[in-house]
Design a protein around this ligand. Sequence first.
Ligand SMILES: Nc1nc2c(c(=O)[nH]1)N[C@H]1C(S)=C(S)[C@@H](COP(=O)(O)OP(=O)(O)OC[C@H]3O[C@@H](n4cnc5c(=O)[nH]c(N)nc54)[C@H](O)[C@@H]3O)O[C@H]1N2
Ligand SMILES: Nc1nc2c(c(=O)[nH]1)N[C@H]1C(S)=C(S)[C@@H](COP(=O)(O)OP(=O)(O)OC[C@H]3O[C@@H](n4cnc5c(=O)[nH]c(N)nc54)[C@H](O)[C@@H]3O)O[C@H]1N2
Ligand code: SF4
Ligand SMILES: [Mo]
Length: 717
Amino acid sequence: MAIKQQKTFCRICEAQCGLVVQTEHDRVLDIQPNIEHISSEGYACIKGLKMGDFVHSPDRLTQPLKKVDGKFEPITWSQALAEIGHRLKLIHAEHGGQSIAAYMGNPIGFNLWPSTVMTFFLKAFDADKLFTPGTQDCANKFAGGERLFGSANDQVFPDIEHTQCLIAVGSNPLISKMSFISLPKPMEKLAAIEQRGGKVYWLNPRFTESAKRFGEHVAIRPDTDVFFMLGFLHEVIVRGAVKQQQVGDFMEGYATLKEVSKPWTPERVAEVTQVSVDQLRAIVDCYLAADGAAIYSSTGVNQSRHGLLVYWLQEAINAITGNLDKRGGVLAGRGVFPKFNSPSVLRRSRIDNIPYVNSTIPAGIMADEILTPGKGKVRAMFNMSGNPLLSCGGSERLAEAFSALDLFVCIDIVRNETAEYADYILPGLHSLERADVPFYFFTMMGLMPNRSFDYTDQVILPPAQARDEGLIFRQLCRSAGRPLSGSKTFQWLSNAAELLAKIPVIGKLTGLDKIFLGGMIRSANLGSIQAMRKFPNGRKLSPNKPGDYLGQRVNTPSGKVELAPADLVARAKSLEQVYAQEIKHKSALKLIQKRERFTHNSWAHNVKAFIAGDRHTNYLYIHSDDAISRGLADGKIAKVSRAEKSIMLPVKIDDDMKLGSVAVPHGWGHQDAAGLTVAQQTQGVNVNIIIPDGPESIEPLSGMSHMNGVIVDVSAV
Ligand SMILES: Nc1nc2c(c(=O)[nH]1)N[C@H]1C(S)=C(S)[C@@H](COP(=O)(O)OP(=O)(O)OC[C@H]3O[C@@H](n4cnc5c(=O)[nH]c(N)nc54)[C@H](O)[C@@H]3O)O[C@H]1N2
Ligand SMILES: Nc1nc2c(c(=O)[nH]1)N[C@H]1C(S)=C(S)[C@@H](COP(=O)(O)OP(=O)(O)OC[C@H]3O[C@@H](n4cnc5c(=O)[nH]c(N)nc54)[C@H](O)[C@@H]3O)O[C@H]1N2
Ligand code: SF4
Ligand SMILES: [Mo]
């Protein structure tokens, strides 16, 4: 077979870079950035270019595994499907749909087909407990979108290519490439703001890699951004900078918002944010003077205790200053696929009555849902493309919970730490092995300045027995006797497509994944898959633009932006108490997260090139003054504890950390992962052992886990 070249796009993070993949005999030989790709313009990072190392890992799962007497043994697909289906049927008959749950991890969220079928699978059992990492990274934005703009999928993004002032809160694009916006080459585009005379502020407890390149770093005390936003709002209002006409025409609740901001003078908030009054005023000056300004935040605040309130206040400021729907301000994206507004059914968890956000239940109560007896106790769990044991707070309780399940099935490309607790492990596909369209943030929410659309065919065939996750769920439904999505017609179509898929030539045309993707493409008026293949470098669509949102597309019942949602206003009252606690714990150390160039949550450590040299472990990053006062020095082992839990890891002195804050990267602690031969050799610890879980630890209205700004003790060992 000759060497082949195929264009595709990376589905590891939101940049979705265009790639050119060279293969021979279904093996990746080389991956290069696609310089002709219309949105990424030849940009790609090391992770996309090294994808071959993930897909051809010697640890790749190639057949179903079953745990027998504590050890995994290979079994056939027919045995796996029959046994899992049978057990599922019994659990469902005895305990109902509320006893069945799923966790859909981050990587496969970028793949439209399998993630959609997983929801059809749950519906087949009247099961609605879908956990995702959304409550570790962005559910506050979904909850905010519902309240301010009318639905979780109504979101705005900063118009970076035109803004004159960007206030980036809790984000580090040089390393992470941003979230809730598809912006390949983010650093170039952000640098251009300053090159055209504008200004970038980085609000962050760490003087980050991004802040070192350009802009002004504003060192804020972790988990106090809500007070910064209140002080900012207060200042905007007292300066009379509110665009009253626009507020009157397009917004509701301004008077209440004003009341909320009243007590929070810049002087008061400075006490807890540790951002000086002068500094706050200078930022407000810049924001108000700019012709087009935007406040944007990311996981640094999403994972705090008040991510939803920060989001609310930030977007309220953007709106009342006339920056919403304005060139250089924040724009409301237009999706590529038509909007479907599913009827909003308010669902709440049995644990503490916490509302679901964007149809998902908080991962912070996963252990409680499994361990708490009573009706609705989770007994069967399906984990697809996730590693919750390392990625969710309260790892030790989660381990206990996973051990208590009657049935635990993991579907992955490798046997990760979570899978060690499974009864069955099923081999899924790598993204290079499936056809796809871009992430739903762009296709549904339109979070991209220059709208475009891509289609990719599969680039290589999967290893012998690895199977499309969509197919696995369809087959499990059949085996358990529950029709897909509760529809007999759906299941009949699924079965027929499966039979036809076995016939050469015809099979190629009747794959249900392709029919689904083709249907989605048609729904966007982009023709067919065949038509999309003519655009291997992506297809340009009309760009998102200002001036087409307010008064036209706002999805709230009033048709106006809601500036003062009642439940958020009520919650803001509790901030007085939080403020008092902040003052009390002024000198406590707060733990924050830190992403690194060569890691991707928990799953990049199994690639040799990514863990070379001093990258074989994670570290405790701490300011030298905080270290000295605790008897710590570079390379020494520190003990980091919270409540009864603790971890130990080497120290890296880092004066880029704000005094009073320490950072530990997550996704480490692979020593017991028998299925990850490279990662198993690394050192490093799982920081989520000390991150809290349970109902008390999550933001009640958004379900967000509190992972940033957690108070810890640090000592020398
Ligand atoms: N290399 C790499 N890239 C990634 C990932 C990865 O693991 N590695 N993960 C991907 C995923 S899943 C996501 S969701 C995105 C996330 O993308 P980003 O949200 O940009 O993530 P981070 O780089 O962690 O940036 C968060 C920043 O918030 C700061 N911070 C921490 N606490 C606070 C606080 O209380 N207040 C303020 N203002 N700032 C705070 C941290 O110092 C950090 O610089 O990145 C994606 N890209
Ligand atoms: N303390 C702390 N914890 C955090 C964070 C933090 O900042 N601090 N960040 C959080 C964030 S932003 C996120 S998104 C979560 C991520 O949390 P998770 O999604 O739970 O974890 P990942 O590490 O992304 O694990 C992904 C798994 O998917 C598998 N995989 C990759 N591609 C495929 C595929 O195509 N098919 C299948 N079946 N499997 C595949 C990988 O092999 C890996 O085992 O972690 C969160 N956890
Ligand atoms: S920036 Fe993100 S999408 Fe682009 S190559 Fe790297 S991991 Fe892939
Ligand atoms: Mo994430």
